[in-house]
Design a binder for this molecule. Sequence first.
Ligand code: ZN
Length: 336
Amino acid sequence: MSREPLLRLTTAGLYCSRGGFHIDPWSPVARAVITHAHGDHAVKSSRTYLTAAPGKMILQHRMGPRAQIQGLAFGQEVDLDGVRVSLHPAGHILGSAQVRVEHKGEVWVVSGDYKVAPDVTCDVFEPVKCDTFITESTFGHEHYHWDHQSVTFATIHDWWQQNQSRGQASILYAYSLGKAQRLTAGLDASIGPIMVHPSVEQISQLYREAGIALPHTRDPNSDAARADWSRSLIIMPPAARWEQGLTFHGHYATAFVSGWMVLPDQATKRGVERGFPLSDHADYSELLSAVAATQAQRILVTHGYISEFVATLKSRGYDATPHSTPRCKRPPAVIV
Ligand SMILES: [Zn+2]
């Protein structure tokens, strides 16, 4: 007789029927366990939410003031109808968590999005031993390798100073939750003023309230910003494409900050002059080290280079299986 797996995919997403909860459901459910507040992991209108305590304010900001959200300290266990659930740092953004699910001695871990490299704006990734590990594979192709972030920041600083010498502001496009704060924290504020789009500032304020030290930032549309325009570095969400509203201040150069910038055509595709590869996701070798650290017998691969990473894991002796969901988008082809 085959037993129902501890977690299975339903029309609303990953579901634990014994515990009566979903993990990162993509439609409203009764009880949602949320790895982090990015839009492809957290949707509005579930009856209750459980998330890691450091990310509670961010999830509340995203889900709305009426959302019923319980914050759980990292490592603390809760019993959901006989299933033990705990959350462990994923190192992706502030409050991002892996979900550990245990029932009758069987342990599954759902990674959510994660990175292993250090980041001062969030808790460092914690390997969690388990029987089955569901891993993301956003950059699960051998082409993806990140330099140490100090190298990337040095390159960004050089670019910023070159732009200053030409009398140009430096506009960096970066996602408003997570990446923008990591950038703000890592930039050298002695080079010039750092300005951020208001949607970034809203999130940065939540980070500051959570005790994350970020340098002072200004609104680029404020009167005070105009005097320092050509010396400034401005962080903007890619969706805003707000630069049109800023042109009256003067000249500027543009760049995009993302792991995808490893691919040579990606900056051009996004209509910017430069690309800086800094990611909140694990690169290929980080994924492999994270998988090994779980000591899991079975690996389910989701979100990213699924077939490529499954093949890699199989070649290394793992029992690896694709775990495709309607949320999984095919990443760009890597031409090498
Ligand atoms: Zn994410």
